[in-house]
Design a protein around this ligand. Structure first.
Ligand code: IPM
Ligand code: MN
Length: 359
């Protein structure tokens, strides 16, 4: 298969981890005889420094013209404590999601048996946890009208949803549930919010098309508690933009490190793959960042193009690296490997298995 992949390394540890996933994708292309073409562009704080804009038009154009986008991370501490900053790195990512119409954000979360001790949660509570979060990504309070009054004393962010926005994501979540344990949980705040009541009504109606999937509902506050009390109850989670942002960071502790979590953001024409972790400025350039989240995002990219066998080879190599403790310091305190070394190990496993398999 021929694929043109736009690579947006971004800020902080973004470039270091993305370099590893590109390496892994090249090894896959080599082994399975695919033609992957990579082209880099700037986004985030580096793009602001170069052009004044977090998403330069050349970057957006490249993404539109590509089959997929491999995204690193964005953010820089110089913007975090400056509420009056007009231009922020995050705007680059938000604009990219909106412009490319990436309405579905898919975030798989699972516990790895070898890493149970790394989670702050009790091993017996998380062992076997395996879920996928379907987060709405181009609507809700993130993209509603924003305003601050003239005197600067009042501000507002509007949260709006239409049945169209809810339905298109819900269909994907129901279909995912059909392929898994057939359970869908809608997370909302329907006891308070009008938009949440619309979500419930719309999703309940749609459930009739998926009689094999059992649908239940949780309020976001209770869901946040359930996530640490009994995460095994979750199979597919469906939720709006802001609740999905929050619950997915919370869920990430189940895996033992946020450095393991990958995500896919898909729309009708484009798709973007990124680790859920941020730019981790304190770690930049030290070679300690975990590249697995970015590498598993590359596996999601392959899944998206139905290259399931290829994606499986990456996941198997990742599992091996975890079993053999070939891990960065977030997962291996005593004898850790660098970002680059973890990438090298995985590349080696992928190329090596070439000699053992007949394709
Ligand atoms: C995420 C991030 C983004 C979000 C930020 C960087 C805008 O936290 O992808 O979860 O809030 O969506
Ligand atoms: Mn987030």
């Amino acid at each position: 298969m021929k694929l043109k992949i736009a690579v947006l390394p971004g800020d902080g540890i973004g470039p270091e981890v993305t370099k590893q996933s590109v390496k892994v994708l090249k090894a896959i292309a080599e082994r399975f005889d695919h033609e992957f073409e990579f082209e880099e562009a700037i986004v985030g704080a580096v793009a602001i420094d170069c052009t004044g804009e977090p998403l330069p038009s050349a970057t957006l154009e490249l993404c539109r013209d590509s089959d997929a986008v491999l995204f690193g991370a964005i953010g820089h501490p110089k913007y975090d404590n400056d509420p009056s900053a007009k231009v922020r790195p995050e705007q680059g990512l938000l604009k990219l999601r909106k412009e490319l119409g990436l309405y579905a954000n898919i975030r798989p979360v699972r516990a790895y048996e070898n890493l149970l001790e790394h989670s702050p949660l009790r091993p017996e509570r998380i062992s076997g946890a395996d879920m996928v979060i379907y987060r709405e990504l181009t609507g809700g309070i993130y993209f509603g009208e924003k305003s601050t009054s003239e005197d600067g004393k009042t501000a507002s962010d509007l949260c709006t949803y239409s049945t169209f926005e809810i339905e298109r994501l819900a269909h994907l979540a129901f279909k995912a549930a059909q392929k898994r344990r057939k359970k869908l949980t809608l997370i909302d705040k329907a006891n308070v919010l009008e938009t949440s009541r619309l979500w419930r009504k719309t999703v309940t109606k749609l459930a009739k098309d998926y009689p094999d999937v059992s649908l239940d509902f949780l309020f976001i506050d209770n869901a946040a508690m359930q996530m640490v009390l009994n995460p095994k109850q979750f199979d597919v989670i469906l939720t709006e933009n802001m609740f999905g942002d929050i619950i997915s960071d919370e869920a990430s502790v189940i895996g033992g490190s946020i450095g393991l979590l990958a995500s896919a953001s898909v729309g009708l024409e484009n798709a973007l793959f990124e680790p859920i972790h941020g730019s981790f400025p304190q770690a930049t350039g030290k070679g300690i960042a975990n590249p697995i989240a970015s590498i598993l995002s590359a596996a999601l990219l392959l899944d998206h193009f139905n290259l399931t066998r290829e994606a499986g080879v990456i996941r198997k190599a990742v599992e091996e690296s975890i079993k053999l403790n070939v891990c960065t310091q977030d997962l291996n305190k005593n004898n850790h490997y660098s970002t680059e070394k973890v990438g090298d190990f995985l590349e080696g496993r992928i190329s090596e298995s070439e000699h053992h398999h007949i394709n």
